[in-house]
Design a protein. Structure first.
Length: 111
């Protein structure tokens, strides 16, 4: 596994647990003592957190580090170009718009 793919998987897990906790990036960043922009870069896989940072995030989410370091097998099959393009578009939107886009994609996938 490349470092780039590891960063993506870790970022996706952080995002997944944050969304499951129904907490915004800003709220999680504040709770973990991080800058919101940095948390966003972690979730997009652009940065790799230190163990200390990962610990802070996990503590703020109420999960173990092993939870966030366990990767879904389906992540291996993601088209990274498609995912990267979607993330690039989402980065330009506010969170409510991002949620709407996610709902649209979910509806399209059901068709």
């Amino acid at each position: 596994m490349t470092r780039e793919l590891l960063n993506k998987k870790l970022g996706n897990n952080i995002r997944k647990f944050r969304l499951s906790a129904d907490i915004s990036q800003e709220a999680l960043a504040k709770k973990a003592g991080l800058y919101p922009a940095y948390l966003g870069r972690l979730e997009r896989g652009e940065k790799c957190p230190t163990i200390d940072t990962l610990y802070k995030i996990c503590k703020a989410l109420g999960i173990s580090m092993s939870d966030v370091l366990t990767f879904d097998k389906s992540m291996y099959d993601l088209n990274t170009e498609a995912l990267s393009r979607i993330e690039h578009v989402l980065d330009r939107l506010e969170e409510p718009q991002q949620i709407k886009v996610a709902e649209i994609v979910e509806h399209i996938a059901e068709i």
